[in-house]
Design a protein around this ligand. Sequence first.
Ligand SMILES: [Zn+2]
Length: 81
Amino acid sequence: MGNTKAAKYNLGCGGECVDSLNCPYEVCLHDQKDVSVRTKQAEARREKVAVLWRSGMTYTEMAKELGVQQRTIARDVAEVS
Ligand SMILES: [Zn+2]
């Protein structure tokens, strides 16, 4: 019946929407997924930056190696050093 659906909707989006931009709920499942994926990617990148930075790589080299902007590298270095 409608009970399962109602319970799910109380927690916000259940993932039925196409994407978070079109989601009628404030807390969208797609947003939450994106955030956790992004966080994991950022953590993985920071670990790599830490290793490369200690090995003596420059910001430019690391940015090229990891496919991100130097600004991102600089922020990561500041956090790991
Ligand atoms: Zn949604």
